[in-house]
Ligand binder design. Structure first.
Ligand code: ZN
Length: 284
């Protein structure tokens, strides 16, 4: 059994081929250009590496409901060329195999849930954008559309004058704490910003608020923080500290917040491994 996995992103598409246990046999990276060019190259990769099914971990917003006539279609996105492109129908023109698609963060949550052995987990990514996916009692959360936790309202840090950069809500969580917000606030990308810059205090405060919200709403056993901004190792312990302060011992947690808030067990591979799990579910 050979499973294809695709993780789509604003700068690159990662395509892989795995066996049924998730061992990666082949992997390639394709730059994100216009849909025709990029999806053409994806199809070429899988023609050279034939597969029985494909899983897609897609950037959102995207229709994730298999019974919907628009299943696989990307919604309003700043990546304008990709707006209203249906990833499933476009790929199936050249690759007549079953395809299952979910959001990139839900796919990553699925893979991390398997890796950590817990059925209640949230996966947060903080990069160019900010998003979160969740698995509750073993099931990925979809609901009406799919969760868009990056755009929740947050309480502003009193020292933070930054107006926010979300084109829809200005100072929502993504508008205040994404990598894009970090760059707009400081003029530097996260990797060039020293650990003692105040911007990290605000960043940890806002991500701590998200962790607390996840604990209070979904009661997640694990809250994973991944994505480019978390490559700075000092940030995760700061988020733990902020979340503990904000919770103020309200919840009778069976384990410390520092064990709940964690790094991805799969490093940067969570999305692609989640795509393989989505693909595998079609042929089990
Ligand atoms: Zn927003």
């Amino acid at each position: 059994m050979r499973i294809g996995g695709i993780e789509t992103g604003g700068t690159k598409f990662i395509c892989g081929l795995a066996d049924e246990t998730g061992n990666v046999l082949e992997q390639t990276t394709i730059p994100t250009e216009d849909p025709e060019t990029t999806l053409g190259k994806v199809a070429d990769f899988f023609r050279e590496n034939p597969i029985d099914a494909i899983g897609i971990a897609a950037f959102g917003p995207v229709d994730v409901h298999p019974q919907s006539p628009d299943y696989g279609m990307i919604g309003k996105t700043p990546k304008f060329a990709w707006q209203y492109v249906n990833l499933i129908t476009e790929l199936q023109k050249n690759l007549p195999v079953p395809i299952r698609l979910d959001t990139d963060v839900n796919a990553a949550a699925l893979a991390e849930s398997a890796a950590y052995g817990t059925e209640n987990l949230a996966y947060v990514t903080v990069g160019t954008g900010l998003g979160a996916g969740a698995i509750v009692e073993g099931k990925l959360v979809h609901g009406l559309l799919h969760p868009e936790m990056g755009h929740i309202a947050i309480r502003r840090h009193p020292g933070d004058p930054f107006p926010g950069c979300c084109p829809y809500h200005a100072d929502c969580l993504e508008g205040m704490a994404s990598g894009t917000a970090m760059r707009a606030r400081t003029g530097k990308s996260g990797k060039d910003l020293p650990a003692d810059d105040d911007a990290w205090i605000y960043e940890a405060d806002y991500l701590g608020q998200l962790a607390v919200t996840l604990l209070l709403t979904l009661s997640s056993e694990k809250i994973i923080f991944g994505g480019g901004v978390l490559q700075n190792d000092w940030l995760l312990p700061m988020i733990v500290e902020k979340a503990e302060t904000q919770l103020n011992d309200y919840l009778l947690l069976p384990k410390p917040v520092g064990e709940i808030i964690s790094k991805p067990a799969l490093g940067t591979q969570s999305g692609l491994q989640g795509a393989f799990l989505l693909g595998r579910s079609l042929i089990e």
